[in-house]
Write a protein that binds this ligand. Structure first.
Ligand code: AP5
Ligand code: ZN
Length: 211
């Protein structure tokens, strides 16, 4: 299955992508995670991406599109994938359509996670990530064993003023994707409020993969 996940910052894309990709046996490809790994590794790609990410802006399309094209060309993505955080504007969506067309395949579904601004702000402000395992926690909704542990950090773009800007960028640049995929008959919208497991069930039902 070839899927993309669309939804505002903090809607739970990364959380759901991890579970759904594992259930379906397809790779999870998160552009945000790839950028963050390059930032921590100090690679040329990371150096290019960092200033945009810290400002809550989108990394330029040419950088992002090339990175995704390379990743989709790898063997494990040939029979299916779940993209988390890409595409993020209609230009990227057109590029993705072109990459898939060239490979002779098509996207199955764009799954939209719908959540209010209040809820996503609550989720982002409590998000903490483990340095050692990469696991994503929430101080209230999925608390780590020791909330004061030095192993936990807060993402640099989760500061309140950056979150506010990321939501504006989402509304202006990414939300139009919903119409783009609706016009292609590929959009499935689900309510992203509720327990993680409930949202997963809605997602699997929505994409026709429920057991
Ligand atoms: P990216 O990493 O994609 O960030 P984002 O879209 O802003 O989304 P988040 O990762 O913040 O949230 P999420 O929806 O994954 O939520 P999560 O599951 O973690 O992008 C970061 C930056 O990279 C961008 O700003 C841009 O600069 C750049 N970038 C990335 N892709 C790009 C592209 N295509 N083009 C250009 N630039 C790009 O959950 C959030 C919290 O809520 C967690 O604490 C979690 O535990 C909790 N939670 C999850 N589900 C639930 C639930 N059901 N109930 C309660 N809590 C929950
Ligand atoms: Zn994420």
């Amino acid at each position: 299955m070839r899927l993309v996940l669309v939804g505002p910052p903090g809607a739970g894309k990364g959380t759901q992508a991890e579970i759904i990709a594992e259930r379906l046996g397809i790779p999870k490809i998160s552009t945000g995670d790839i950028f963050r790994a390059n930032v921590s590794g100090g690679t040329p790609l990371g150096l290019k991406a960092k200033e945009y990410m810290d400002a809550g802006e989108l990394v330029p399309d040419e950088v992002t599109n090339e990175m995704v094209a390379d990743r989709l060309a790898q063997d494990d993505a040939k029979d299916g994938f779940l993209l988390d955080g890409y595409p993020r504007n209609t230009e990227q969506a057109k590029v993705l359509d072109g990459i898939l067309k060239e490979a002779g395949v098509t996207l199955d579904t764009a799954l939209e996670l719908v959540a209010s601004d209040d809820e996503v702000v609550r989720r982002l402000s409590g998000r903490r990530v483990s340095k050692s395992t990469g696991k994503v926690y929430h101080l209230e909704f999925d608390p780590p064993a020791d909330p004061d542990s030095d192993d936990l950090y807060q993402r640099s773009d989760d500061k309140p003023e950056t979150v506010k800007h990321r939501l504006e960028v989402y509304a202006e640049q990414t939300a139009p994707l919903v119409g783009y995929y609706q016009a292609q008959g590929k959009l499935v919208e689900i309510d992203a409020i509720g327990e993680v497991a409930e949202v997963t069930e809605r997602a699997l039902t929505g994409i026709g993969a429920a057991e």
